[in-house]
Design a protein around this ligand. Sequence first.
Ligand SMILES: NC(=O)c1ccc[n+]([C@@H]2O[C@H](COP(=O)([O-])OP(=O)(O)OC[C@H]3O[C@@H](n4cnc5c(N)ncnc54)[C@H](OP(=O)(O)O)[C@@H]3O)[C@@H](O)[C@H]2O)c1
Length: 227
Amino acid sequence: MACTALTLYLLRAGYTIPLLGLGVYKNNENPTEACLAAFRAGYRHVDSAMRYGNEAQVGEAVRRSGIPRSELFITSKVFNSSHGYESALAAVDKSLATFGGDGSQYFDLYLLHDPTAGKEKRLGAWRALIEAKKAGKLRTAGVSNFGTKHLNEIVAAGLELPAVNQIELHPFCQQKDIVDWCRKHDVLIQAYSPVLRMAAGKIDHPTIVKVAEKVRSSPIVLLACAQ
Ligand SMILES: NC(=O)c1ccc[n+]([C@@H]2O[C@H](COP(=O)([O-])OP(=O)(O)OC[C@H]3O[C@@H](n4cnc5c(N)ncnc54)[C@H](OP(=O)(O)O)[C@@H]3O)[C@@H](O)[C@H]2O)c1
């Protein structure tokens, strides 16, 4: 498959997600300009989170870009401190208000950032995202950093499955059990840290360099597209 910022994947919910996105974790100096530069370069997908503290600046970039909202794919996430049904419902509204302000906004994808709040709050928060999706506030809902135990809990509770599980994924962190589970259940795996921020210094591993040379690419492009 071609790997460009405009390559689309179909999600189980029927919407499409651009294969490559700009992650704005720790991008707090000028996230608006970073997003605008990415849009000019052809990106249409930004990955933010309540925890990153830059939902407002991403929203500003969306409005300043002049690109129709329907052509952009914006993700945000709610951290474990706001898990539980009521807290997560309120968090969606807070994220939307920060991102958009005028009440007409939605997120294309909204994730439970992590599974660490405990089973009850985890499932409560997941129910809240399903409700927010029904209310039109979210196009699709998903999870992040969920292991097979957490995903099986959702199945056992009889709830719909997430569209996406965003996990650390690269050659030094393959998480095969989670990848297999998600493939089997049609949950899209979204790789974070694909170009090895979490495995610094390994970009010039001989195998990566060799494969990159073989496909006439660079290690960075190889890793970004290998996901
Ligand atoms: N859901 C979660 O819990 C979670 C966790 C982590 C990340 N994420 C998401 O995933 C996104 C990306 O992850 P990440 O920032 O952890 O890791 P990453 O994308 O693997 O690594 C980013 C780092 O790679 C280096 N880099 C990027 N392009 C390069 C190039 N062309 N040449 C050389 N080095 C290059 C830069 O390092 P230098 O700055 O040192 O130059 C950059 O800071 C985040 O922004 C966030 O949206 C989600």
